[in-house]
Design a binder for this molecule. Structure first.
Ligand SMILES: NC(=O)C1=CN([C@@H]2O[C@H](COP(=O)(O)OP(=O)(O)OC[C@H]3O[C@@H](n4cnc5c(N)ncnc54)[C@H](O)[C@@H]3O)[C@@H](O)[C@H]2O)C=CC1
Ligand SMILES: O=C([O-])CC(=O)C(=O)O
Length: 325
């Protein structure tokens, strides 16, 4: 263990997603098999005992790459010198809670965490927001971290990307690794737009290979959009392992590169595709040299444009609702 350890801030450490996430990060799934890591775990004061239990289990795994674990309920302590941050903790909807209340509660959390990130994290830290509403939480985080590079604050839409890739591969009868040039646009919500128009499998156009536009519009898109609900109904608990896996894919690919493959990330708008600045929006990217690059110059037909406008419109509405609070 000669290299200095990378510090990863992870919030919501006592929750369901982290019960899967922490063990994989500690095993090296983000930074790779030669890179020691230190976990800096944040959760609420009332969750500290549960976090201590999870840390006992981390100890009991005897992970060779785990160089340390810190537990705290103080955001600034959690973000101190962080090389990366996975912001999973957020306020879940409780009975009788309106959407407006949920947005307000999360806006407050990400405002506080934005200030802490601004004060304490390394300037080259890579941040992925997982806690819902993930895109809007990321945009609020960036607003409150004015000295931190906004392009390093992203949100997770990779779970939708992976869900779509898996469904498309099954339909086409190919391995999921054959699926290339898939794009998921917009909000991590049922409005997200899984766009297969440029997708290929083994170099062949996927829409041509599958040859069923009706299936795409009436089955694929709604299946991906409602997948979280379907898992919740079947399992009686929300998608935790697949969400943790997607968060690892997101950060791993950002750090290590995608070798030219497209993946989808929620990134701060630079105005391209007409996405209003200030929004954090799912777009297709490639990653290389520790940076993501948006896929530029894609065109939209009537259906794609209407799907794109709907999901970007929803993001703009969420931001307006937060601004009005
Ligand atoms: N972007 C995506 O694709 C997905 C996002 N999610 C979202 O991820 C979030 C976490 O999911 P689960 O782990 O299943 O939830 P959970 O309810 O099991 O755990 C959430 C944890 O966050 C903690 N927490 C709440 N406020 C906090 C704060 N201010 N600072 C630090 N920790 C805080 C709670 O104490 C709890 O331990 C939820 O918002 C969920 O909707 C889930 C699946 C996919
Ligand atoms: O709503 C949730 O907590 C779960 C979620 O985001 C998903 O499974 O996509």
């Amino acid at each position: 263990m000669s290299r200095p350890a990378k510090r990863i801030t992870i919030t919501g450490a006592a929750g369901q997603i982290c019960y899967s996430l922490l063990f994989r990060v500690a095993r090296g799934d983000v930074y790779g098999p030669d890179q020691p890591v230190i976990l800096q775990l944040l959760d609420l004061p009332q969750a500290q005992a549960a976090v201590r239990g999870v840390v006992m289990e981390l100890d009991d795994c005897a992970f060779p790459l785990l160089a340390g674990v810190m537990i705290t309920d103080d955001p600034e302590t959690a973000f101190r010198d962080a090389d990366a941050a996975m912001l999973v903790g957020s306020r879940a909807r409780s009975k009788g809670m309106e959407r407006r209340d949920l947005l307000a509660a999360n806006a407050e959390i990400f405002k506080v965490q934005g200030r802490a990130l601004n004060a304490a994290a390394r300037r080259d830290a890579r941040v992925v927001v997982v806690g819902n509403p993930a895109n809007t939480n990321a945009a609020i985080l960036a607003q409150h971290a004015p000295d931190f590079p906004a392009e390093n604050i992203t949100s997770m839409i990779r779970l939708d990307h992976n869900r779509a890739a898996s469904q498309l591969a099954a339909k086409a009868g190919v391995g999921v690794e054959a699926i290339e040039r898939l794009a998921v646009w917009g909000n991590h919500s049922p409005t997200m737009f899984a766009d297969w128009r440029f997708a290929t499998a083994g170099g062949r156009s996927l829409p041509e290979l599958i040859g069923d536009e009706t299936w795409y519009r009436e089955t694929l898109i709604p299946t991906v959009a409602k997948r979280g609900t379907a898992v919740l109904e079947a399992r009686g608990a929300s998608s935790a392992a697949s969400a943790a896996n997607a968060a690892i894919d997101h950060l791993h690919d950002w750090i290590h590169g995608t070798d030219g493959r497209w993946v989808s990330m929620g990134v701060p708008s630079d105005g391209s595709y007409g996405i209003p600045k200030g929004l954090v929006c799912g777009v297709p990217v490639t990653c290389a040299g520790g940076r993501y690059e948006r896929i530029a110059g894609l065109t939209f037909d009537g259906f794609a444009q209407s799907m794109f406008d709907r999901t970007v419109g929803e993001l703009a509405e969420e931001m307006a609702a937060v601004a009005a609070l």
